[in-house]
Design a protein around this ligand. Structure first.
Ligand SMILES: [Zn+2]
Length: 68
């Protein structure tokens, strides 16, 4: 069986695999955000994951002790 790329294709929806509707997009990377996705919400701005939020605000992960 071939891997499904339906999420990236346009056309008739596959009744076997209904995607939830896209409700928003990530503020940082513009990735589609679908209903029921677990995302980071910051005062109404949605980020597809914590990394996008961190980059949006200019943050990054460091090891405490290396920089302070
Ligand atoms: Zn994102």
């Amino acid at each position: 069986m071939q891997a499904s790329l339906d999420r990236f294709a346009y056309g008739l929806p596959d009744p076997q695999e209904q995607e939830p509707p896209q409700v928003a997009q990530c503020t940082y990377c513009s990735e589609a955000i679908y209903a029921d996705d677990e995302v980071t919400d910051v005062e109404g701005e949605l980020f597809c994951n914590d990394a996008c939020f961190r980059r949006h605000v200019g943050g990054c992960i460091v090891r405490a002790g290396d920089v302070v």
